[in-house]
Design a binder for this molecule. Structure first.
Ligand SMILES: *Cc1c(COP(=O)(O)O)cnc(C)c1O
Length: 398
């Protein structure tokens, strides 16, 4: 049954993803089930999306109630859950105003447009360059691809959008050297996740904030993956004691319902006026009802504190494994976004995890990336660590 579905998938779906040979039909908490009723422990959460796990009752309730009232109406009207979602995002972040869209790439597109527009309004033409980082990831549309500092993603898609200056991550001098009279913003991920789970240095972020103030540049944080509690704070910027001017969110924002957002300070967001930016589906009633349910659940159920302590517990377990297996070079991350850098390719190890019934991800060829739901328990982490030990033991013998 599963084999047949996979065969059809390969026949009819564009070949743009390296997929696990698994068709998932059900999820509950930190567990998923395939078409053959096999159960897996999910240490990927749909790529940092289902932070509250699968089939959380509050999310189901939130979107079900909304679905019975109103699916869609357009932004020509005020939308009750959209207003509530925006109010909650502003309550728990530095932001004053929110623009809703449908994905991470769109949120970053909006941020790029807002940065240009804000600068244009204040300084006129010619101030449009954005400093971005090498090894970054900001999305797959032409603008966000251009902002992404990884040549492998650019291949075959030139000419890219002009106006991005790539700087080495965590290198403040590189940023200073690239600022000129055309610069309008600095954009980065506080943790480069797709890039291999590299965390920004606190001093670096603080200096970026200073440089941005000095040169009247907007500081844009792409928190699409690090937001919504993933790092043990509501938003990752809180770890650095600074506030950005613009922040982008998507992934876990609706716990699996597709939705993105750009959050900004009022005076910056006000560079957008009617007619400057829009999205038909952006902030749709169903999507934003998922956002409201997600934020309320994160707060009411103490998810952020739990994430912090489970992250610590998991990293302690991994550090013990690192002492035993010399091919583990590094364990890094924050909260429940964790990278395990290996001295060897991660491909075979990944397959072995799947055989053992645990879903993990591998990025950059040799970095295992762990993104379990934030509701993960110590018992489930213990199951993961036992499997990891068995898998690593096998590779030690080879
Ligand atoms: C996933 C991701 C994106 C792109 O989001 P999409 O919803 O796939 O467009 C952008 N930036 C970061 C940091 C991401 O993790």
């Amino acid at each position: 049954m599963q084999e047949e579905l996979i065969k059809k998938g390969m026949q009819y779906i564009a070949n743009t993803y390296n997929r696990f040979p698994i068709a998932v039909i059900k999820g509950e908490g930190c567990w998923i089930w395939d078409l053959n009723s096999r159960r897996y422990l999910d240490f990927l959460s749909g790529i940092a999306v289902c932070n509250l796990g699968h089939a959380h009752k509050n999310i189901i309730e939130g979107i079900t109630q909304q679905a019975q009232r109103l699916f869609h109406i357009s932004n020509l009207f005020y939308i009750e859950p959209q207003v509530k979602a925006a109010e909650l995002l502003c309550k728990y972040s530095f932001g004053d105003r929110v623009f809703f869209c449908n994905s991470g790439a769109e949120a970053n597109e909006a941020a790029i447009k807002l940065a240009r527009r804000y600068s244009w309004k204040k300084y006129g033409e010619g101030r449009f360059e954005i400093i971005v980082m090498e090894n970054s990831f900001h999305g797959r549309t032409i603008a966000t691809l251009s902002a992404t500092g990884q040549p492998k993603f650019h291949e075959g898609f030139h000419p890219l959008l002009e106006g991005f200056k790539y700087c080495k991550f965590n290198d403040i001098d590189a940023v200073k050297e690239n600022i000129n009279r055309k610069t309008c913003a600095i954009m980065l991920e506080p943790i480069q996740s797709e890039g291999g789970v590299y965390v920004a240095d606190k001093g670096y972020i603080k200096e970026l904030r200073e440089i941005a103030y000095e040169n009247d540049l907007l500081l844009i944080f792409d928190e699409i993956q690090t937001g919504m509690g993933r790092t043990g704070k509501f938003f990752c910027y809180e770890h650095f004691d600074v506030e950005p001017d613009i922040m982008t969110l998507a992934k876990a924002l609706g716990n699996g319902f597709p939705v993105g957002a750009m959050v900004a300070k009022k005076e910056i967001m006000d560079a957008f006026v009617p007619g400057t930016h829009a999205s038909t589906f952006g902030g749709n009633p169903l999507a934003t009802s998922a956002v409201v349910a997600t934020i309320n659940t994160i707060v009411d159920e103490g998810i952020i504190k739990h994430c912090e302590s489970m992250g610590k517990y998991l990293r302690e377990g991994l550090t013990r494994l690192k002492e035993r297996f010399s091919f583990i070079l590094d364990i890094r991350g924050m909260g429940l976004i964790i990278g395990i850098e290996l001295a060897t390719s991660g491909d075979e190890i990944l397959k072995e995890f799947i055989n053992e019934g645990v879903i993990v991800n591998c990025t950059k060829g040799n970095i295992l990336r762990l993104l379990p739901p934030l509701i993960i328990t110590e018992e489930e982490i213990d199951i993961f660590l036992e499997v990891a030990e068995r898998v690593f033991e096998k590779f030690k013998k080879r």
